[in-house]
Design a protein around this ligand. Structure first.
Ligand code: TRP
Ligand code: ZN
Ligand code: CA
Length: 464
């Protein structure tokens, strides 16, 4: 760009130019925040085309602990499902009024809690079926942690253990997410499937309609079909190793033995996901198989009796629930949802997010802004956030530079200084940004406040 000097273009700040004076390296800001500048060539850093995201590796970042799920609340949902069955011919089966009433109950709770809900329709056996999908706004859209349960019963009974239990469990976990204002790194999705009892019709429909690009964003699908069996076992799907380990860690901490669930591979709604290549996991407290002596030894309960004697029967009512199993397994769901949705997308400390799109800075003109969007960084920004700036300019004293945090708060990196006639700003500023969330859109705001010299922002970066 041409560098204009001449008597016909007086500077807007008519201060006489002095020779360059020593530059302060530390500026005290209002509120005590300090910004420290150090020389550093941005170009010496490894260049990346786009802001860095998703790198594996844990940092020392504190994570929100998984909450305890109220079994009383889970049981209250079961009581509602029981009433719905009572009022609708004794069941909540596909194609019957009790199914849609169950879906409306769950949807009402989720809508009130701030979920984005979608009802997906399909046809099975000539009647309309419904899936309910609930998305918790936020989290990385490219990493979805997904928990699902079938909401339909068989026609013979109210289906409180099969599968009011899983449905109520994930509902209460979803409501707890909202109550706690949980901000997971990953995106959370929950689903209540229709027509599972007709052969996973609803979930298969969902998976078939899901574009391949969306399917590949699902980091884990977790299935909960029967989690409160009256003579319970503690079975963990032995599928995706990561999901399986998270559940095993949970039960190990509670000193509860588990067994791998293999028999169910084709028997519930995780099957369509697994068939489509999605990593799957889940829990199961047992159905019609009978508890062995060895299992009764480690889990208590009655050997030689089915895990659920009322499986697919009229007696699968709210009396057909083991509260301890329901409580423990609901907590396990929360633990897995919290654990799998936090971290894993967190870049290690020292990772930079860059914007290398050049931006002209108009001479004595309006401020220009260059954005950097940070994702996968739970918690606040560090007190030593580094903002590396590379500006090519013929008279840098013209420039005022601010960093704008995701909250909109600005941090003055450099004031104008009419006496600073040196060229270029190639510096790394250290900013106490600990009052800001790290995630969000940061901006570098640059304004040239004096006529005659101009330049451009070559690029900038944030290092956490
Ligand atoms: N609804 C399932 C069914 O009727 C229940 C079930 C039985 C199940 N065995 C399972 C679910 C194993 C998961 C894993 O088949
Ligand atoms: Zn079931
Ligand atoms: Ca200028």
């Amino acid at each position: 760009m041409p560098v204009l000097h001449g008597p016909t273009l007086p500077r807007t700040t008519p201060t006489t130019r002095r020779t360059r004076r020593p530059r302060a390296t530390t500026t005290l800001l209002a509120g005590g925040a300090t910004v420290t500048a150090a020389l550093l060539a941005l170009t010496s850093a490894p260049a990346t085309a786009a802001p860095t995201t998703a790198l594996a590796g844990r940092t020392g970042t504190a994570r929100a602990a998984a909450p305890d799920i109220s079994v009383a609340n889970v049981k209250a949902h079961l009581a509602q499902l029981q009433s719905i069955a009572n009022a609708n011919g004794g069941n909540r089966a596909h194609g019957r009024s009790g199914y849609k009433a169950s879906l409306d109950y769950v949807k009402g709770k989720l809508d009130a809690a701030g979920y984005t809900t979608t009802v997906q329709q399909f046809t099975s056996s000539g009647v309309t079926g419904y899936n309910l999908i609930a998305d918790w706004p936020g989290g990385s859209a490219d990493h979805v942690v997904f928990a699902g349960s079938h909401l339909d019963s068989v026609t013979r009974g109210p289906g409180i253990n099969d599968n009011g239990s899983g449905s109520a469990g994930i509902l209460e976990v979803a409501l707890t997410v909202a109550r706690e204002g949980y901000k997971p790194d990953k995106h959370l999705r929950f689903a209540w499937w229709g027509a599972e009892e007709l052969g996973m019709v609803g979930s298969r429909n969902y998976v078939n309609k899901l574009p391949a690009a969306e399917r590949s964003k699902i980091d884990a699908y977790l299935n909960f079909d029967m989690i409160g069996s009256p003579n319970p076992g503690y079975f963990v799907y032995d599928d995706d190793p990561k999901a399986e380990q998270v559940f095993k860690d949970f039960y190990a901490a509670r000193k509860i033995a588990t067994e791998p669930e293999t028999e169910g591979d084709g028997r519930s709604d995780h099957a369509p996901f697994k068939d489509a290549g999605v990593p799957v996991g889940g829990l199961f407290s047992g159905a019609e198989y009978s508890k062995t002596a060895a299992q009764a030894q480690k889990w208590g309960g009655t050997a030689g009796q089915a895990f659920d004697r009322c499986y697919h029967s009229a007696c699968d009512t709210s009396a057909n629930i083991n509260d301890t199993a329901l409580d423990t397994n609901s907590d396990a769901i929360a633990y897995a949802v919290w654990t799998l949705s936090s971290g894993g997308t967190t870049p290690p400390a020292g990772t930079s997010f860059e914007n290398r799109t050049p931006l002209d800075i108009p001479d004595a003109g309006a401020a220009v802004e260059s954005p950097i969007t940070v994702t996968g960084r739970p918690g606040n920004a560090p007190a030593t956030l580094k903002a590396g700036v590379e500006i090519r300019h013929s008279y840098r004293g013209d420039l005022v530079i601010d960093l704008v945090g995701p909250s909109g708060r600005t941090y003055r990196l450099k004031p104008a200084d009419s006496g600073d006639s040196a060229a270029d700003v190639v510096e790394t500023y250290t900013v106490d940004a600990s009052a800001e969330t790290a995630n969000g859109t940061w901006k570098l705001r640059v304004q040239d406040v004096a006529a005659q010299d101009e330049g451009r922002l070559a690029g900038w970066k944030l290092t956490f």
